[in-house]
Design a protein around this ligand. Structure first.
Ligand code: PEP
Ligand code: MN
Length: 337
């Protein structure tokens, strides 16, 4: 259930009620909005507890949430969640653009990519140091060396870094040196990983599982939030369908739908969704038009030489043009690039 506190309820009352419920064995998640505080109360449903709470003058109402996701839902947090990282805000009127190569291939390639995406207007550099490849014979990433390169490029360019975390054992080490931890499509339901990510206090970019329903995806976010880490960014990256002309099928309806169901920011990755660089600009514009809070785009200085995902990577010129083209679309939906 959630407890919607009266707007006049003071800090002391909120603490007193939370402590009392914790003593009764409930877990409390607090959401402090502009006008009121909402307490998410996780534990056994007991009618008499709800009635007692509702009789308190500091409580406006007690609501049972019938949907399986609780903390992810709009009821718990009616305002949009905005994730702030220094001067960058994800979920606000300015679009969050994460761009860069699929993988860290070397320091020069990374630095070249970083300056290119930065000068085109991206605020966040994406690049995988650990790569979950379908074939064990494909390039697996530079791993820890790649992570060191990301840290150095972060220092040098001032860009924020998002990179993929593959298992629960490396969460803490990665959290110590990057700004956003990415959970890839293949790991969306790796519950040990999700639980570990619930323990840190860094933003997590949660990609949609390639065969996951929207509810399964939101439940994966609930795993992270239920651990106390409320900084989750959802990323639609296409789902598997019967259509072979694109790598995946970009489910853009997920964006406005999630905006109804959840307060979490949603971004779109048209690169993995389509698998084709030539489709990325159109799908990026469409994503912004339907309300996405940002984009994740693969950009490589020389896509033909990329060690992974070259065919879906834009070159710096194409990315610069796309960023220009996004301005008009963004303006038409009350946002900016
Ligand atoms: C990636 O972003 O490089 C990646 C592997 O994405 P996904 O998990 O969506 O396939
Ligand atoms: Mn990739």
């Amino acid at each position: 259930m959630i407890i919607v506190m009266n707007p006049r309820a003071g800090e002391e009352a909120i603490r007193r009620i939370s402590t009392r419920l914790e003593e009764m064995g409930y877990r409390i998640h607090r959401s402090t909005g502009e006008n009121r505080t909402i307490l998410g109360v996780i534990g056994q449903r007991r009618e008499e507890v709800a009635q007692t709470l509702e009789a308190l003058p500091e409580v406006e109402k007690v609501v049972y949430i019938s949907r399986p996701f609780k903390l992810v839902g709009r009821e718990f947090h009616p305002d949009d969640t905005v994730i702030r990282l220094g001067e960058v805000a994800i979920g606000g009127p300015k679009l969050a653009v994460m761009a860069g190569p699929c993988a860290v291939e070397g320091e020069e390639q990374l630095l070249e990519s970083a300056w290119a995406v930065k000068s085109a207007g991206a605020q966040i550099l994406r690049a995988g140091a650990f790569k979950p490849r379908t074939s064990p014979y494909s390039f697996q990433g530079l791993e820890w060396k790649g992570l060191e390169m990301l840290s150095r490029v972060r220092e040098e360019t001032g860009l924020l870094i998002v990179t993929e975390v593959m298992d629960q054992f490396t969460v803490k080490d990665l959290a110590a040196c990057v700004d956003i931890l990415q959970v890839g499509t293949r790991n969306m339901q790796n519950f040990y990983l999700l639980r570990e990510l619930g323990k840190i206090r860094k933003p997590v970019l949660l990609k949609r599982g390639m065969s996951a329903t929207i509810e399964e995806w939101l439940m994966a976010a609930e795993y992270i939030m239920s651990g106390g880490n409320y900084q989750v960014i959802l990323c639609e990256r296409g789902i598997r369908t019967f259509e072979p002309y694109t790598r995946n099928t970009l489910d853009l309806s997920a964006v406005p739908l999630i905006k109804q169901l959840s307060h979490l920011p949603v971004i779109v990755d048209p690169s993995h969704a389509t698998g084709k660089a030539e489709l990325v600009p159109a799908m990026s514009r469409a994503a912004v038009a339907c309300g996405a809070d940002g984009l994740m785009i693969e950009v490589h200085p020389r896509p033909a030489e990329a060690l992974s995902d070259g065919p879906q990577s834009l070159n710096p010129e194409q990315f610069t043009r796309l960023m220009e083209d996004l301005k008009g679309v963004a303006r038409s939906v009350g946002r900016y690039v």
